[in-house]
Design a protein around this ligand. Structure first.
Ligand SMILES: Nc1nc2c([nH]c(=O)n2[C@@H]2O[C@H](COP(=O)(O)OP(=O)(O)OP(=O)(O)O)[C@@H](O)[C@H]2O)c(=O)[nH]1
Length: 318
């Protein structure tokens, strides 16, 4: 078996939480991949946890003390020199002044500016794409609220920052679902052009194509039936188990939702896995994970401190 080098890496975030800047650092002469841009961090030493390594590395490399670090995604990558398992943390609070003690350069970037820095360590491409995903994934609920009211709710939410939408509404009659999906895509179109907002259609690639949606959201059943990633700009899936998460990663999807985390009215028979289990499952996910099930917007911080990228909401988004 190839030995795996454990690495802890930090995505330092500052500024507006809805459109933050993150820090990239340039590897100095003398290291492998000198001149490449990376997230600050380094190898986990014997006897350390990944979090302890992160805290130590940020002190050594940048001269700062971490106040808050939340586990995020974890990916493996094989370089000619080593196979690494990179545990990324979102670091939103620290003290001390950031100083390039070991790197040859530092750059703060907005997520849409990542392409302006090159070269980036090869393992980091998917990480930059994951960073661009918003905190909230809104699931439509026209079957209860009615299509007109749901479109009005969407219009308001787009104006205040909503960027990622799933047309769910599985029980609407097919013709009505198609009309509604088309109307959502039309409503989102200008936001797509200006801000990259996107619409994913739940479990129906044909409908997604017919209405010109940016993506498709696979049910866990379809996730297992799919032999390759469907050809859309964005593909996500519903996951409930570690095996589902692994499958979604193998298919190269963009993100997943995992749940139900808490008891929810839409699945009255399910008790919810709870945050400790959510945390355990997300710890080895290379894909960003949205928590789902019985959640309200105020729970975002809990989801993030438990390893989630964000939250998926059905009733609660606004
Ligand atoms: N810090 C960091 N390492 C990364 C990233 N992406 C990535 O593939 N790596 C890989 O993870 C490994 C980290 O090793 P490192 O050389 O930075 O470790 P270190 O700071 O402990 O240095 P040292 O080995 O000189 O003591 C390297 O193989 C590096 O290529 C990233 O974003 N940040």
């Amino acid at each position: 078996m190839i030995p795996v080098t454990e690495v802890a890496a930090a995505v330092l975030l500052r500024g507006d939480p809805a459109a933050p800047e993150f820090l990239l650092a340039q590897r100095p002469v003398g290291k492998v991949y000198a001149g490449y841009w990376e997230f600050p961090g380094g190898k986990v030493e014997a006897g350390e946890t990944a979090r302890q390594a992160l805290v130590r590395e940020l002190q050594e490399e940048l001269g700062v003390t971490v106040d808050q670090a939340w586990p995020w995604v974890c990916c493996e990558f094989t370089y000619p020199h080593a196979t690494v398992r990179l545990r990324f943390f979102r670091v939103t609070s620290w003290h001390g002044e950031i100083t390039p003690i070991e790197h040859s350069g530092l750059r703060w970037l907005k997520v849409d500016e990542a392409a302006s820095v090159a070269p980036i360590l090869p393992a980091n491409g998917p990480i930059l794409r994951a960073l661009a995903l918003p905190a909230v994934y809104a699931l439509t609920y026209a079957e209860e609220l009615g299509p007109a009211a749901e479109l009005a709710r969407l219009e308001k939410a787009l104006a205040t920052g909503l960027r990622l939408i799933q047309v769910r509404d599985k029980t609407l009659p097919p013709a009505q679902r198609e009309r509604f999906a088309r109307a959502v895509v039309e409503l989102v179109r200008p936001w797509n052009e200006w801000n990259g907002a996107s619409v994913l259609i739940n479990d129906d690639p044909e409908l997604a194509r017919a209405v010109g949606a940016q993506g498709v959201h696979l049910s866990s059943t379809r996730l297992w039936q799919s032999v390759r990633r469907p050809e859309f700009e964005r593909v996500a899936a519903s996951c409930h188990t570690a095996a589902d998460l692994k499958r979604a990663a193998e298919l190269g999807l963009d993100f997943v939702v995992l749940g139900p985390v808490l008891p929810t009215a839409s699945h009255p028979d399910a008790t919810g896995m709870g945050w400790p289990e959510f945390s355990r499952l997300t710890a080895s996910s290379p894909l960003p994970v949205y928590a789902l099930g019985g959640l309200q917007p105020e729970i975002l911080e809990t989801a993030r401190s438990s390893g989630g990228h964000g939250i998926a909401l059905l009733r609660g988004w606004r």
